[in-house]
Design a protein around this ligand. Sequence first.
Ligand code: NAD
Length: 456
Amino acid sequence: MKITIIGTGYVGLVTGACLAELGNDVLCLDLDANKVAILNNGGIPIHEPGLDVIVAANRANGRLKFTTDVAASVAHGDIQFIAVGTPPDEDGSADLQYVLAAAKNIGKYMQGFKVVIDKSTVPVGTAEKVSKVIAAELSQRNAKECSFSVVSNPEFLKEGAAVEDFMRPDRIVIGSDNDAVGLHAKALVKQLYTPFNRNRERTYWMDVRSAEFTKYAANAMLATRISFMNELANLADCVGVDIEAVRHGIGSDPRIGHSFLYAGCGYGGSCFPKDVQALERTAREYDQDLLILRAVESVNDNQKQVLGKKIIARFGENLAGHHFALWGLAFKPNTDDMRAASSRVLLRELLSRGATISVHDPVAMDEARRVLALDFADQPEQLARITYVSNPMDATNKADALLIVTEWKAYRSPDFSQLKSQLKNPIIFDGRNLFDPQDMTDLGIEYHGIGRSVLT
Ligand code: NAD
């Protein structure tokens, strides 16, 4: 099938590459000429395991192309995926300017019939807005021969496992209309997703608004589980309980399950924070107050400060003259994404108190340099106190403590004797509970996890 992907970011590039891998003829559009140039030169602008291989293979066989030419991209696909960003607006609602700009372009250039698929995460009612924008453009052109249907197909992939998630999804949610064009669109979308349903039916068909809502409900539920455990972890620290033991103890109940129960130094990324906010904002428009989600958000804001508070409690308010090693900058492992990363909050806290910090991340160093230069644009003196090192052990040299913010596999089994000999003080502040407190005590390491202050 002929597919156009509008927006070649994490979601758009993975969607385009995976659909090309399945035999479709895919053209990806992005307005960022630099991104398109990187892709056309055989590079990949983001880090995503396995993506480079399928992008290269499908560029080589001619099924995956990249362009900045809007008219050509609209002409190409019978199916037009909108996969542009939906960042939070100032009031927390999803900013739809990129989605609606993409819709406008479709209306401006389309001929014949198009299926327009909203893949971006968008609030309930967005498909109707997209329809109105396209219809207005068609009416301005007096293009009576054109028709279209807008389908909602939210994406559930996880950064760091995006290719695997796209190729083997738990579920595919599709919201479509039941009028004649809607049914025609539904048939085409069904055909597109047929290869994913070979072993079992994974598609959940529903109305458009329910599909739009499903994405927010899923992210809100996951964020809730994390904040719930973080809140309990903070209490566990007060009462002398190991939250890891509790996690196993409750996760074994099949009604609860083991996923997303890890206490830590807060969730980040481009999705959970903004989607929780956007859902709250939608609720406010209908005079509803989502009390649970408000708490989820404020617990998470607080949790991003927990490591900083523990460090201050140990070393004092003034950290001038103190040097720390920080392992992990990305908001989670296997990605270079720094959006809303907990490391940024911790860096701000420690640098504002005078500390110097050596930082390491296996893949997010370039992105960190870019993002932190913006974060500290007004405090160049603080920015200058960050040193980037290419080997995690080098960061620990003469450091007062090791701080762990991202649970990369490479950090799970360090050489503890080397670590102890390099650190000025054998102290670890572990924001992801990678190590066992008793093991650390046995090794002579002072260990501060999240919710792991067992009384002995
Ligand atoms: P992104 O910022 O990585 O990519 C968006 C891309 O769209 C950018 O490259 C931008 O230049 C391009 N763009 C903007 N306006 C455009 C236009 N009019 N025409 C062509 N290109 C345009 O965003 P992302 O992380 O891929 O997220 C995209 C959407 O998918 C968001 O709504 C997000 O919430 C949702 N989503 C993201 C993830 C994730 O893990 N990143 C997972 C599921 C859903």
